[in-house]
Ligand binder design. Structure first.
Ligand SMILES: NC(=O)c1ccc[n+]([C@@H]2O[C@H](COP(=O)([O-])OP(=O)(O)OC[C@H]3O[C@@H](n4cnc5c(N)ncnc54)[C@H](OP(=O)(O)O)[C@@H]3O)[C@@H](O)[C@H]2O)c1
Length: 269
């Protein structure tokens, strides 16, 4: 891969670096870092054996890609001014900053600049989970995709959907963790050990997804197959139908989407 420079070497930048190194899409020599906290740079350089000797200015000048890993409330304008001073106008900017629009990024980095706006998923170590990605027309996708796909699957989106994607897809892993915990509790409540219950929940989850993929059926069709008249399954589902399960889940997603758009200062799609 080309030279890639991370500005803001926090949790998300580290997760991306770890995944890209593990998948051998990046080598240690391809990566340089900048962070307001020099101790953080030293920690990551030691942890991932990043052996570059380039100074900050040299790293900016050498970078083919610059990942913006600072937070929305950080001094993004100052970061952009510093980058523009030393990086080539052809260097592609990859922003993972939630809520910062392409319009703002183009204002900061130039209208002709190749810019990627993306929201990575936090499942970076697994290779699963979608990152939401928007590319400007100046971006050449072919050389870039292996890097983007090294820390998640890529879903190309219209920019108006990126905040929705953040609230639904990126925050969405929480609902799955919560569902697993709740269902595992139900097994313990019914008399299984925690280990037995967790084992069953994980296997059912993986199996259900595999069945949906293999059968190409709607979940309701598979539920119909599972449920004999007056049987165990339909009695269990009756109770769930009487609960707030579906609406509660949907309200949670809508609240997360609303919060993303609030933080981003944009309007829901
Ligand atoms: N975490 C997630 O689940 C997630 C998911 C998708 C997208 N994102 C986005 O990813 C970005 C990073 O999130 P994170 O969780 O990795 O945050 P983080 O751990 O706080 O990392 C941000 C880093 O940037 C450094 N920094 C601040 N100002 C800087 C500057 N002017 N120049 C250089 N470095 C600077 C911070 O240093 P100090 O701490 O010393 O200030 C910190 O090390 C955010 O914009 C967030 O919206 C996060």
């Amino acid at each position: 891969m080309s030279q890639i420079h991370f500005v803001g070497a926090g949790q998300m930048a580290e997760a991306i670096i770890r995944a890209a190194l593990n998948r051998q899409v990046l080598a240690a020599g391809d990566i340089t870092l900048a962070d307001i906290d020099s101790q953080r740079i030293a920690t990551l350089r030691e942890r991932y054996q990043l052996d570059t000797t380039l100074s900050d200015v040299q790293a900016l000048a050498a970078a083919d890609y610059i990942v913006l890993g600072v937070r929305p409330q950080d001094d993004i304008d100052g970061v952009a001014r510093h980058i523009c001073q030393f990086a080539s106008p052809q260097t592609t900017i990859i922003s993972i900053i939630a809520g910062v629009t392409l319009e703002r990024l183009s204002g900061l980095f130039g209208l002709d600049r190749p810019i990627v706006r993306m929201i990575p998923n936090t499942l970076t170590d697994t290779g699963l989970g979608y990152s939401g990605v928007v590319l400007t027309p100046q971006v050449q996708p072919e050389p870039l995709m292996p890097f983007l796909e090294s820390f998640g699957k890529v879903m190309l989106l219209e920019e108006r959907l990126i905040d929705v994607f953040t609230g639904f897809a990126v925050a969405g892993v929480n609902y799955v963790y919560y569902f697993i915990e709740s269902l595992s509790d139900a097994g313990v409540l019914s008399g299984l050990s925690r280990a037995q219950s967790t084992q069953v929940v994980w296997e059912n989850l993986l199996g259900a997804v595999a069945m949906l993929k293999i059968s190409d059926k709607h979940p309701r069709q598979l539920m119909d197959i599972n449920n004999s008249p007056a049987g165990v399954g339909i009695n269990g589902l009756y109770e769930l139908n009487n609960s707030d399960f579906a609406a509660g889940l949907q309200r949670s997603v809508m609240t997360a989407v609303r919060r993303t758009t609030e933080l981003a200062g944009s309007k829901p799609a």
